[in-house]
Design a protein around this ligand. Structure first.
Ligand code: ASP
Length: 842
């Protein structure tokens, strides 16, 4: 349809503003058509903007033209209406609508733009999936709820800025393109075009910068800032998220808490919630014991207690010390199936011992009574102050040995605690104890300084490594790291961590000791944040701060259960921006400029299965062979060390080429891996002599090279070196042709030379095919295909795995290594192959 121009018309009112008092006024209102009701001679349009809806009436007797246009208008058309505000007849007043007493009689109607039929109606009754909403986010954003949430977010930002500025904090931007920050996640990387092979990291937080701003004398800093963490996706987590980042010099924890609490008061005032100050404090240890969580929901009165049973009883039921008991008031009515479900949940959460007792006026009923009698259970009931009508839930970990009474080490106490936290939430949900509209804040303090990494067998900073230990624990940093407390704190609201921070280390000597304990060598620390360590040495004031999870706070304020509801353009739980289609492939010129070799996006799924096998094998070799010393006592070991190392590097490069879609090139490189395997098997048949021959052949190779060089004019000093090399006697018994070695080493299942030949062919196959075409006499032009593809990719990956594995097998035998891992990897590879997950046509 023909569109109108806005011209110089100026909007006089927003749609949601019109009231009785405007009756009789001429207005010009604009917006989207929310609804159209055509009664023939009378057309109603609901006109919507971000403030609300106004009813527009188009009557032919007022304007035939406006009526005609209204006939054509459809949902989400953009229109402007010039007309007069009139009172509605009493029986047509709409009390649901703030503008329901009036309507605008259209004199002129401008159709400013058309719209396709939207994939879902723009209203607050959601009748579509989140996926569709995110794909058409611009339509979703028109909905009142999204408008409200993002405007609330804006109001919250203003409150943050106003409040912190009033307390002397200065907002300073820190870089997005920077070096890695140690928050414990993976960095997102940005490749540098100007420095190929180098990367900027997107900040996981401005941690080091805000500390440097304190060294730089800014005294108080804040920033509403985007942070980026490449973590595994979880339903309610965003790869980029916003923090209110805060830091202050010469900090007293209570002063910082006061400033943040006041901020909470102001933020929640925006939704008319009164936050009572001061907020309660809870020590980490107590939080873990009572609530089984370092971010406890305090909105309901359920608390665990660590209890013990008499030795005899524990022996009978094989449970380790301590156990935990939870009194659930009034739930002696719990049914068998409810308890079974609870037990199931406890098991899944990591507590493999579960029991319960129901307290009545006269007795305790429990499946345990039969085994250990009722005395111990009465004692537990007493310990948790149970009264008749209560249920007591008991959790524990089974004792590892039935003969011995086990006391749980710290790690396992944590495991039990965490399980108890899950069970507590489960009970609360079942009994509907979590009430909306209640706000339970708590500061969790006195965190342990270190956690123990079982896999790496070392301590790790629980917060980040710049967190200060408590002053009084400084002397036991090295002697008893597990017991050291950190000056770290978290702010928790309704069971969600909404902020965390710490008083920092400001002394170089303490910082060094912490790095030492967490196994960060001086060299590594310098490599990662040398700039920061340098800065620490130039008069660093004591300082500390906090970062608030801004998205989460706004989400809770908005009463939403999902963080995406308060982010304008969020990514899905699996990290995809459905509207703009990020992440996306990049054009190859861009990739070339950046000297990147990314994965070829169109490889078939089974190529990835093969690639995963290759990567697994490579990782295994790195772990089991290359990250330690292997014996080099005989010729076989020496030869295999060289052969395996080169084969590993060739295989790694070939795998990367294949993943990048350079199949023929990868296959070409695979010849080296096949040759390594031929050599390994050849040597294996007569290890000492042939190992020696192989090693000599390397020298021999040098000699041959020298011979060649000698035939060319070379400078005098090089000539001397060549003469020197020529003195090396050629006694090597190493057969020069690959085929000769291959035939000797050949086993029934291996056709080394055939594979080798095949791969050689593969390398030239495109040229050969081309040559075939060239031979056609009347071909006037050639269209030559270049670039990446999936040709030969699977062949190459298959070869990498098979032959690298073959080399590794010989090497493992030579070095006397256990082959379990090697065989398990091959089993998985073969299973994938046999299951049909992979098909390779050679
Ligand atoms: N940088 C920390 C974080 O993002 C917070 C802090 O220590 O201030 O969790």
């Amino acid at each position: 349809m023909k569109l109108d121009l806005l011209g110089n018309r100026q909007r006089t009112h927003y749609c949601g503003e019109l009231r009785k008092a405007h009756a009789g006024q001429p207005v010009f209102v604009c917006g989207w058509v929310a609804r159209r009701r055509d009664l023939g001679n009378l057309i109603f349009l609901d006109l919507r903007d971000h403030t609300g809806v106004t009813q527009v009436v188009c009557r032919p007797e007022v304007s035939g033209e406006a009526h005609d246009k209204a006939e054509e208008a459809r949902a989400e058309y953009v229109i402007g209406v010039e007309g007069e505000v009139v009172l509605r007849a009493p029986e047509t007043v709409n009390p649901q609508l703030s503008t329901g007493e009036v309507e605008v009689v259209a004199r002129t109607l401008l159709v400013l733009n058309e719209a396709k039929t939207p994939p879902f109606p723009i209203d607050d009754d959601l009748r579509t999936t989140e996926e569709t909403r995110l794909r058409y986010r611009y339509l979703d954003l028109r909905r009142g709820r999204m408008q409200h949430h993002l405007r609330l977010r804006h109001a919250a930002s203003l409150a943050v800025r106003e409040h912190l500025s009033a307390h002397g904090f200065v907002e300073i931007e820190t870089p997005f393109m920077t070096r890695s920050t140690p928050e414990g996640a993976r960095d997102y990387l940005v490749p540098s075009r100007i420095y190929p092979g180098r990367f900027y990291a997107l900040p996981q937080s401005p941690q080091l910068f805000k500390q440097i701003l304190m060294i730089g004398g800014f005294d108080r800093y804040f920033q509403i800032v985007r942070c980026f963490r490449d973590e595994d996706f979880r339903a309610d987590r965003q790869a980029e998220f916003t923090q209110v980042d805060v830091e202050m010099a010469f900090p007293q924890r209570e002063v910082l808490f006061g400033i943040i609490e006041e901020l909470m008061v102001k933020l929640f005032a925006l939704i008319e919630v009164k936050v009572e100050r001061p907020l309660p404090l809870l020590a980490y240890d107590a939080a873990m014991e009572k609530y089984g969580s370092d971010k406890p929901h305090l909105g309901f009165d359920l608390a665990w207690k660590r209890v013990s049973l008499p030795e005899r009883a524990r022996e009978q039921i094989h449970v380790a010390e301590p156990l935990k008991a939870l009194r659930v008031p009034g739930w002696a009515t719990a049914s068998r199936s409810q308890l079974d479900k609870l037990q199931e949940h406890a098991k899944q959460s990591g507590a493999d011992w579960f029991s319960y007792a129901k307290v009545t006026a006269s007795e305790v009923q429990s499946p345990l009574v039969k085994i250990i009698g009722d005395e111990p259970i009465r004692a537990v009931a007493g310990a948790v102050n149970a009264v008749p009508g209560d249920l007591i839930v008991m959790l524990g970990l089974k004792s590892a040995s039935s003969a011995r009474l086990e006391t749980l080490p710290l790690q396992r106490v944590r495991q039990l605690d965490e399980a108890s936290g899950e069970v507590r939430l489960d009970v609360a949900r079942k009994l509907d104890l979590i009430k909306p509209g209640t706000w339970n804040f708590v500061w969790v303090v006195d965190f342990p300084m270190f956690g123990y990494d079982e896999k790496e067998k070392r301590f790790d900073a629980m917060h980040h490594p710049f967190t200060s230990p408590c002053d009084e624990d400084l002397q036991k940093l090295e002697s008893d790291p597990a017991s050291v407390k950190a000056r770290a704190y978290d702010l928790v609201l309704n069971g969600s961590e909404i902020g965390g921070g710490s008083i920092r280390i400001h002394r170089q000597d303490v910082q060094k000791r912490i790095f030492n304990i967490i196994g960060l060598t001086e060299e590594k620390a310098r490599e990662r944040f040398g700039f920061f360590l340098d800065a620490l040495e130039y008069g660093t004031p004591p300082h500390g701060g906090i970062a608030l999870g801004y998205d989460r706070i706004v989400q809770l304020m908005a009463g939403e259960s999902n963080i995406r509801e308060v982010i304008a353009f969020p990514k899905t739980a699996s990290g995809v921006d459905l509207m703009c289609g990020a992440p996306s492939q990049v054009d190859s010129p861009q990739e070339d400029e950046l000297e990147l070799m990314s994965a070829y996006p169109n490889l078939p799924a089974d190529a990835w299965v093969l690639a995963a096998s290759c990567d697994e094998l490579l990782r295994l070799l790195d772990d089991e062979v290359f990250s330690r010393a292997v014996p080099g006592e005989n010729q076989l070991q020496k030869a295999m060390a060289l052969i395996l190392a080169k084969a590993r590097d060739d295989a790694r490069a070939a795998t990367r080429l294949a993943k990048a879609g350079y199949g023929p090139q990868s296959a070409g490189l695979c010849r080296a891996v096949v040759e390594a395997s031929i050599n390994a098997r050849y040597i294996e048949r007569d290890p000492e002599a042939r190992g020696e021959a192989f090693l000599r052949s390397i020298v021999e190779g040098n000699r041959r090279l020298a011979d060649k060089l000698a035939r060319h004019p070379v400078p005098a000093d090089l000539k001397e070196a060549i003469n020197e090399a020529q003195k090396v006697e050629s006694e090597s018994k190493w057969p020069r042709s690959v085929a000769e070695r291959a035939y000797d080493a050949q086993k029934q299942n291996y056709h080394y030379d055939v594979v080798f030949f095949l791969l050689s062919q593969q390398l030239h196959s495109d040229v050969a095919a081309l040559a075939g075409k060239v031979a056609l006499p009347d071909l006037p032009q050639l269209k030559i295909r270049i670039g990446r593809g999936k040709d030969a990719v699977k062949l190459a990956l298959f070869t990498v795995f098979t032959y690298l594995h073959d080399v590794a097998e010989v090497a493992y035998t030579a070095f006397g290594l256990r082959k379990d891992g090697l065989y398990a990897a091959r089993d998985r590879f073969e299973r994938a192959h046999l299951s049909g997950a992979v098909s390779v046509d050679v």
